[in-house]
Design a protein around this ligand. Sequence first.
Ligand SMILES: [Zn+2]
Ligand SMILES: [Zn+2]
Length: 264
Amino acid sequence: MDLSHPLDPFFFIPIDGLRFLGFECVIGIFASLIISIASSVFLFLNPSCSSCDLIMSTWLSLIATLRLVDLPIKAKVIYKIYTLSKRINHEDRRFMIRRLMDLVRSPLYFSQSVLNGFSFVVVVLGMMKMAVGGSSCEDQHFYQFCSSVIMTFAVRLVVGAANFKYEERKVMNRGMGEFHQFYKHGATLHEIEKVRLVEVNKENLGRLKDLCAICTEEFKEKDMVRMLGCSDSHNFHQDCIDRWLIQKDACPLCGVSIRTGRAK
Ligand SMILES: [Zn+2]
Ligand SMILES: [Zn+2]
């Protein structure tokens, strides 16, 4: 697949993907900020409501805590998206898409998704409680406040869903599915970075007398070479082998996986 031409439909995938994730995280962090700060302030200023309606005030504290925990995680994801977007104009798009996919599959991103899912369940439970029994608190403001927290959550979900439909569909239309096929058997960049990398110099040039089997050129001083370790001679230029490994996680000569050390 030739990915070098800016007119090919995959050209925009990293841009669209980053825009989609970035927007999603920014509205998420705004909603979390509003909900956590407003709820904490409300509970602090109205301590009597807590004794009056124990269930809903516990619910409110739980929501405030969950959204507070969400803030540093989202901030970290936004920072990662920001650093990725700075690479966008000068990095090979294959690596860019791989980095994007690695981010979406990282424990960091997963933890914010789990937190969002859990908050969603808690909000729905609070909503059901409000719908069935209202609030036992005498203070009318407490009922209104809980309702507005639920409303803020609902608005955030609607905006998120609209963004998802708009950007995600655009990305999908441009062939994200095909990219999943393309990278399905590939290694992550983290895994690739763990493979031994050496710079060719006078001392090790003797040991690297074979050609790089991918570009069929001889190694020369100052070349960066990855030594896969499956055999003494299975060494390749970093640029040559990294492009290979993001598509297939095994040695191109003997098929030994860089992940498992076993032949595929
Ligand atoms: Zn090469
Ligand atoms: Zn090999």
